[in-house]
Design a protein around this ligand. Structure first.
Ligand SMILES: NC(=O)C1=CN([C@@H]2O[C@H](COP(=O)(O)OP(=O)(O)OC[C@H]3O[C@@H](n4cnc5c(N)ncnc54)[C@H](OP(=O)(O)O)[C@@H]3O)[C@@H](O)[C@H]2O)C=CC1
Ligand SMILES: Cc1cn([C@H]2C[C@H](O)[C@@H](COP(=O)(O)OP(=O)(O)O[C@H]3O[C@@H](C)C(=O)[C@@H](O)[C@H]3O)O2)c(=O)[nH]c1=O
Ligand SMILES: [Mg+2]
Length: 298
């Protein structure tokens, strides 16, 4: 399979490169591929001549986006749509990622794909508008809405917590924001599972459209941290105390949804894909970041 991935050093791009090793995969980010430039997208598409295009590129700095609205929209809405349209022009299906941050978190139950977005910040708004723009630009698109993405690559919550655990005697983490961690490797696995059907299916097929996919089970950032600290300690990492705090005790520039849990039953019905247990995926991630359990002097 010939695949063009937008993004290269990012978490999902790296996981795709690993999962599709053995296929012809070209993964590009600026300066080789800039989603905000027509000519750059056209050139990359011509050179790669892909059968499948995956957009793993995005503006993902949630707080910084509040002050860089134009750039966030240029990448997450317009850039995504530009790439989707270029894929459509050569008859290639398109896979794109979106976020739980398109929701305000006030539903009080896991969100369905049919629930209307109502983002609290610029990042969420740019991603929400990106979803619609992508589906309009290429009807053979899959938009995978996911959440709390982590991996051994790039910047993410697991790596932040490991760093803070090494530096501090106590971590203070919000216990009133609900969701589910998702490991990039599990997203890459889902793309691999869907890909053959996407290549063959015509526009209008149920294979395309918007799907929720996160890890399971649901937790909070505090619950996620407790598991990170437990599993890291099993690998000999220093274990600080962990305090449960409220969102009001951890002010951030952008508001986060208090409950962004995503119902993942639609992708199971259509594509047979089940949420992965993030605790197991976390173990694999920590094997890479810290080392296997039972070593490091334990
Ligand atoms: N991270 C998360 O927690 C979540 C992510 N998602 C979504 O999943 C997808 C993948 O996220 P993730 O892998 O974590 O993202 P990362 O932030 O790890 O990587 C994003 C990549 O996009 C690249 N990029 C930024 N701007 C452009 C541009 N103009 N043209 C081309 N490439 C660009 C970045 O390059 P550079 O570093 O040079 O800017 C980087 O390589 C995104 O759509 C994101 O919105 C959804 C839910 C949660
Ligand atoms: C570092 C830290 C964070 N927190 C809180 C802040 C925030 O409410 C929550 C999450 O932390 P972060 O700001 O690192 O995560 P954040 O950047 O909000 O992560 C989001 O990224 C984007 C790209 C997405 O699409 C989302 O799904 C989500 O993964 O944890 C603490 O309570 N204590 C801490 O020490
Ligand atoms: Mg962040």
């Amino acid at each position: 399979m010939r695949i063009l991935v937008a993004g290269r050093q990012g978490q999902v791009a790296q996981a795709l490169l690993r999962r599709f090793a053995g296929h012809e995969v070209v993964a590009l980010e600026p300066p080789e591929l800039d989603l905000t430039e027509d000519s750059s997208v056209a050139r990359a598409m011509r050179a790669a001549a892909p059968e499948l295009v995956v957009n793993a590129a995005a503006y993902t700095a949630v707080d910084r986006a509040e002050d860089q609205e134009a750039l966030a929209f240029a990448v997450n809405r317009d850039g995504a749509a530009r790439l989707a349209a270029a894929a459509a022009a050569i008859g290639a299906p398109f896979v794109h990622f979106s976020t739980d941050y398109v929701f305000d978190g006030r539903k009080g139950a896991p969100y369905l794909e049919t629930d209307a977005p109502s983002p609290l910040g610029v990042y969420g708004r740019s991603k929400a508008e990106g979803e619609g723009a992508v589906l309009a630009a290429n009807p053979r698109s899959v938009v995978l809405r996911t959440a709390w993405v982590c991996s051994a690559d790039g910047a993410n919550f697991v790596k932040t917590m490991l760093r803070l655990a090494a530096e501090r005697e106590e971590l203070r983490v919000v216990a009133d924001q609900h969701g589910a961690p998702t490991f990039a490797a599990d997203l890459a696995e889902a793309v691999a599972a869907m890909a053959p059907r996407l290549l063959a299916a015509p526009a209008g097929d149920a294979a395309f459209g918007l799907f929720h996919l996160t890890g399971a089970p649901h937790t909070t950032w505090h619950g996620f941290t407790a598991e990170i600290l437990d599993q890291a300690a099993q690998r000999g990492h220093k274990r600080p105390r962990l305090a449960a705090i409220a969102t009001t005790d951890y002010p951030t520039r952008a508001a986060r949804p208090a409950d962004g849990r995503l119902d993942c039953s639609h992708i199971r019905r259509v594509h047979g894909i089940q949420p992965a247990d993030w605790r197991r995926s976390l173990a694999l991630c920590l094997d890479a970041l810290v080392g296997p359990a039972g070593e490091n002097g334990l």
